[in-house]
Ligand binder design. Structure first.
Ligand code: IVH
Length: 686
């Protein structure tokens, strides 16, 4: 294609964003900082605003979502989208093998691939000439629903393939003109928990489990809703391909999909015999908590895909694969009581006190009841037998009462009218489900506040866990977080369990926390709606606490990600006399972090980055690589430190590589470096 240089640059910019998006969302191994990535996206938006006719459906800007749809259109699948038969235990899996061996003895030589069975939502993705053109739900297996706009918002879905295949120096893979792949959309358990924590802190309704949340998010008519949920995807099947070669083995297929830029599980293994496949499968029955998502089993598939196809299917279940189901992690037990926890922001959260019960090898005594509305909607009564589920590391939760088992002595639950910790009346805000204790001096809130202040995401004060926080508050030494900075050694030594070393360590950790940068302090203060990301963005715009305290709601709203509610919460926080006194006390203790204002936009793509080079690079000399980096705005230094952005590694690297690994400095090949420099590569091509 002969494009004018500006248009060519736009095409390269799209490629670059896809490349870094893939590094971040699929490979989990970003090469550039969020700030640098945001700059690329900003540039893309500027170019697209100036040239709306250039915008293509595969542009990263098209992820953000189009207008809400009236309804979902139907999409016929090019081939039936099958389900799976289940095996409960190894004996049933062996019976499956015997059945198919009798049908075709080639099964003995076929080999097996074992993959996790992700508890998500099956989706079908259509690509034409490498461009993502349509995505659908499974529906009844013959016809699904068109959810293209929602799927586009999932960053793990390539909008254009091959992502890696077009990187400099990498061979272009043989890509079928039409390619229809299948995968599972789901939510990582940690993202699900974080989403619920955020909702809870904002007084909004929390979600019941990752699967329903993922499914519900995808079936929204408004793509903006899917875009706001942390959805991701793993791909495992080719439904249809035309005009190109697709591997005939499941194992090779997974590798091929991965090379095309699709996210593929790294838990899959290939085995020659069913017994080996079963041994691996069974280890996961006990290790399933190690998976970052909810899996309800493992799938055992014949590796030979042609043979699997020959075997055909029974109903909707292919004969060539079987789902080895893990034991269910739902049990019933008695709800002995309902307790109420008071959170950092004063939110009251009910929890279930259970007759202890074992679920998947763990004894469970407490479970989430979400919120008071949930208890009323499900008519959960104290004394009921309830169905409890435990999934991975997610806090166990109550699904529903088993009302058939009621004996008549169960008690309907009334939410408390007063805070269980300070006995002050509770309040409800319009539009929120939560009840709040609004007493700023509530001791339960104070404990949570100080704990949050000292937590990893906050000021990271080692040794200040919740037990010590409780001790300090009970002893009357800490009435707000600023009091931490006036603690004295003798006071600590009087506390239970404190010897000299422990007291000195704690004081040193508290003193060190004064040096934490502004975004950390801002997160630590626990202002409603201000998490790590918004704290960083706010600090870039308002470089001191004073600047933030003086900011108007309108000015705050100009910061990306800060909406009217959060802006109002920030203004409100700084306006409260109690918080003003807190900040004064902190300043008096020597805390007043400042953030350097955001640097002016980069002149080259490597601006602000520091590089070190080690080993012999394939084509560039030492001077050559230095020139390349400097021409693109980067800096080259001799030794690796924490400040190094990247180590460029060639053949025969020296000790710098080890140092970089120790310090967690990312490494690049010459190819990667050239890709980073790519926006300006148009200059080399006349
Ligand atoms: S293979 C012929 N592999 O489980 C291929 N399915 O209970 C049939 N699922 O409808 C499907 N992870 O939505 C396959 N690694 C995986 C899977 C998987 C999750 C889902 C899929 C299917 C359901 C069957």
């Amino acid at each position: 294609m002969d494009l004018p240089p500006d248009h060519r640059h736009y095409e390269e910019l799209k490629q670059q964003i896809h490349f870094h998006n893939h590094r971040y969302h699929v490979l989990d191994d970003p090469l550039i900082s969020d700030l640098e990535f945001d700059r690329l996206v900003l540039e893309l938006k500027q170019v697209e605003a100036a040239h709306p006719d250039w915008v293509t459906p595969d542009s990263p800007s098209q992820r953000a979502g189009s207008a809400p749809a009236e309804r979902f259109n139907k999409v016929p699948h090019p081939r039936p989208v099958l389900s799976l038969a289940n095996a409960f235990g190894a004996a049933e899996a062996r019976q499956w093998f015997e059945r198919i061996r009798k049908l075709d003895d080639r099964v003995e030589q076929a080999g097996f691939v074992v993959e996790p069975k992700i508890d998500g939502l099956s989706v079908i993705l259509h690509y034409q000439a490498g461009i993502f053109v349509q995505g659908a739900t499974r529906g009844d297996g013959e016809v699904g629903e068109d959810i293209t706009a929602n799927l586009r918002t999932i960053k793990a879905i390539p909008l254009r393939i091959p992502v890696g295949g077009e990187a400099p120096g990498k061979p272009r893979l043989d890509l079928p003109a039409t390619l229809v792949v299948r995968g599972e959309v789901f939510m990582h358990l940690s993202d699900f928990e974080a989403l619920n924590r955020r909702l809870e802190e904002n007084g909004e309704k929390t979600y019941l489990n990752p699967r329903n949340t993922a499914a519900g998010s995808l079936r929204q008519l408004d793509p903006a809703i899917s875009a706001s949920r942390p959805l991701t995807l793993l791909v495992y099947q080719v439904i249809h391909a035309q005009g190109g070669q697709v591997p005939g083995s499941q194992w090779e297929l997974l590798a091929w999909l991965k090379a095309l830029g699709f996210p593929v599980t790294d838990v899959a293994r290939r085995f020659a015999t069913l017994e080996d496949a079963l041994a691996y499968t069974e280890t996961f029955a006990t290790r399933r908590d190690e998976l970052p998502f909810e899996a309800d089993g493992m799938v055992i598939k014949l590796d030979d895909l042609a043979l699997a196809a020959d075997l055909g299917y029974v109903g909707k279940d292919p004969r060539g694969a079987i789902a080895f189901k893990f034991p269910a992690r739902e049990v019933t037990t008695r709800l002995n009581d309902i307790g109420v926890a008071v959170g950092r922001t004063g939110v009251l959260t009910p929890y279930a006190v259970l007759e202890p019960v074992e679920i998947g090898g763990v004894s469970v005594e407490r479970a989430s009841l979400h919120n008071f509305d949930f208890i009323a909607e499900k008519d959960i009564r104290v004394g009921d037998r309830v169905l409890v589920k435990r999934a991975g590391e997610v806090i166990p939760y109550i699904i529903a009462p088993v009302s058939e088992l009621r004996v008549g002595s169960e008690r309907v639950y009334q939410p408390p009218a007063a805070c269980p910790a300070c006995a002050q009346p509770v309040e409800h805000f319009p539009g929120e489900v939560a009840w709040y204790c609004v007493n700023a001096a509530c001791p339960a809130q104070l404990v949570r506040n100080v704990e949050h202040f000292a937590s990893r995401g906050g000021l990271d004060i080692t040794g200040l866990g919740i037990r010590i926080v409780e001790l300090l508050i009970a002893a009357g030494l800490v009435a707000d977080v600023a009091d931490l900075y006036t603690l004295e050694r003798d006071q600590l030594l009087e506390l239970e369990g404190f010897a000299e070393k422990k007291a000195d360590n704690l004081l040193a950790a508290i003193a060190a926390s004064k040096q934490q940068p502004l975004p950390r302090l801002l997160t630590a203060l626990g202002i409603r709606g201000v998490g790590e990301v918004s704290a960083r963005d706010l600090s870039a715009r308002f470089p001191s606490l004073d600047a933030l305290a003086a900011a108007s709601q309108e000015a705050l709203q100009e910061v990306e990600g800060i909406g009217p509610n959060i802006a109002a919460a920030i203004v409100d926080w700084f306006a409260r006399p109690r918080n003003r006194r807190l900040l004064e006390k902190m300043k008096a203790a020597g805390m007043d972090p400042r953030q350097a204002a955001a640097p002016p936009p980069a002149s080259g793509p490597l601006s602000g980055m520091t590089f070190v080079v080690t080993g012999t690079l394939p084509s560039l000399s030492r001077e050559g690589v230095r020139d390349l980096i400097e021409q693109h705005g980067g800096k080259v230094v001799d030794s690796v430190s924490r400040k190094t952005t990247y180590l460029v590694v060639g053949e025969g690297p020296g000790s710098k590589l080890q140092k970089a690994q120790e310090l967690g400095v990312k490494t690049l090949s010459e190819d990667d470096l050239r890709t980073l420099c790519a926006p300006d590569r148009r200059m080399e091509v006349p």
